[in-house]
Design a protein around this ligand. Structure first.
Ligand code: PMP
Length: 423
């Protein structure tokens, strides 16, 4: 039997990349037939290393908002590459981009740019500590804010000191938020908030406006800063900070992923109050001032302002979630489609180790649709109504296969830890 190019690449990777692959793009916790390597992408589609094409509902884990290789954005990027990218100093584009972002995001009076979401969340933490001259932060259990030592979900390689001065509460639970803030006493520097509950492996949840308002009040009462981590949800919920949908403005917000449609740039935005603290911290990077991603970001923001992408994403997402729920019910399954339709997570009822979910997404993969079994997904504006129909048709066949096989599905050994109640 000939081995796929993907398998050959995995073997080569195992020799020269620790663990074969690392981080969120390692496929170790996905079904065995999921490809690890890809060769190209266009619009809403990706091709794996063996040339098989998929409609991609992961959108690079968020960065693809207007379609892979969106012509206007990439033309702006390439034009700037020709003029200069990594230089001895920034270009005018940095000022223009800060102006554009502060115009778009109502709480923001200033912007700082960096590369990854983790850079932005770490800068937010430092800004809050510098502003308040305090140390403690309150954040929700299970919420992801990046992979720096203070927040990486797996503690290997970190020290207790790296992770000190943090108190955890339950998202959307006002009483636990109040208890955490009380525990911080007079040392509270910041309350971190995800725009909605988008933890892995469990149902997503919209922010309770009462929780969001209480975060704001407690920050105001204590003098701490309120931080909304919009790295994942930014520009997919609103043309503003995502908590604008519940009428709450933070002091700081963190952005990344899709703000330049996949080109490498992230941002920390802040209100006037936090400006001095932000100016006092020393943060930088060799590639943080690159001009070409800024050109791409400006073009992305132009599309955000001038197109109906957001309304289309949300309408397509709602149709997809409703259609899947309905088809699953018709096949005799409870399928929970949680989160906003444009950032959905699909989990089956009575599926503690995700064996049904794994079987379903594998069936979808065979039919050319790339879904994720336990992480929220992302729609992009290059998707069409015909793409949504294609997903629903593939789901009908995949659900029929699941119905035939459900009784005999084996446990998913690689997800055995879920049964241990770690979800
Ligand atoms: N915050 C949130 C909410 C995220 O979803 C992510 C990335 N998944 C990050 C921070 C970290 O971003 P990055 O991986 O670009 O460092």
């Amino acid at each position: 039997m000939t081995r796929s190019h993907d398998r050959v690449l995995r073997e080569r990777a195992a020799a020269v990349i620790p663990g074969g692959m690392y981080g969120h793009q390692a496929v170790g916790l996905l079904p065995d037939d999921y490809p690890q390597f890809f060769s190209r992408a266009e619009g809403a589609h990706i091709w794996d290393a063996d040339g098989k094409r998929y409609l991609d509902l992961m959108c690079a884990y968020g960065p693809n908002l207007f379609g892979y290789g969106q012509p206007e954005i990439d033309a702006a990027y390439v034009r700037q590459l020709g003029l200069g990218d990594t230089l001895t100093g920034p270009t005018e584009l940095m000022v223009r981009l800060a102006e554009e972002m502060t115009l778009l995001v109502s709480h923001a009076d200033w912007a700082m740019f960096c590369k990854n979401g983790t850079d932005a969340t770490t800068m937010a933490l430092m800004t809050a500590r510098a502003h308040t001259r305090r140390k403690t932060i309150v954040r929700a259990k299970g919420a992801y804010h990046g992979a720096a030592p203070w927040c990486t979900p797996r503690p290997a390689g970190t020290t207790d000191t790296d992770r000190a001065h943090q108190i955890f509460c339950d998202y959307n639970d006002v009483a636990s938020l109040e208890a955490a803030v009380a525990q911080a006493g007079d040392d509270l520097a910041a309350i971190f908030a995800a725009p909605f509950k988008h933890d892995a492996f469990i149902d997503q949840a919209a922010p309770d406006p009462a929780y969001a308002r209480r975060c704001r009040e407690l920050a105001d009462q204590t003098g701490a800063l309120l931080i909304v981590d919009d790295v994942r949800a930014g520009l997919r919920m609103a043309r503003d900070c995502s908590w604008s949908v519940v009428g709450v403005e933070p002091d700081l917000s963190t952005w990344g992923k899709c703000i330049a449609n996949g080109h490498p740039i992230s941002a920390l935005l802040g209100s006037e109050k936090a400006r001095k603290g932000a100016a006092s911290i020393y943060v930088t990077g060799s590639f943080w001032y690159q001009a070409a991603p800024m050109a791409a970001a400006l073009e992305t923001l132009r599309l955000v302002r001038t197109t109906d992408y957001l309304e289309r994403l949300s309408a397509m997402g709602e149709r997809l979630s409703a259609g899947l729920t309905e088809r699953a019910a018709a096949a005799g399954f409870g399928l929970r489609c949680t989160g906003p339709g444009q950032m959905p997570l699909y989990l089956f009822d009575d599926d503690p180790d995700l064996r049904k979910g794994f079987f379903f997404v594998s069936q979808m993969l065979q039919r050319g649709v790339y879904l994720h079994p336990w992480h929220n997904m992302f729609l992009c504006a290059a998707m069409t109504e015909a793409d949504i129909d294609a997903v629903l048709n593939a789901a009908e066949d995949s659900l029929a296969a699941l119905k035939r096989e459900a009784g005999g599905l084996a446990p998913v050994a690689k997800l055995a830890f879920l049964a241990g109640g770690q979800r």
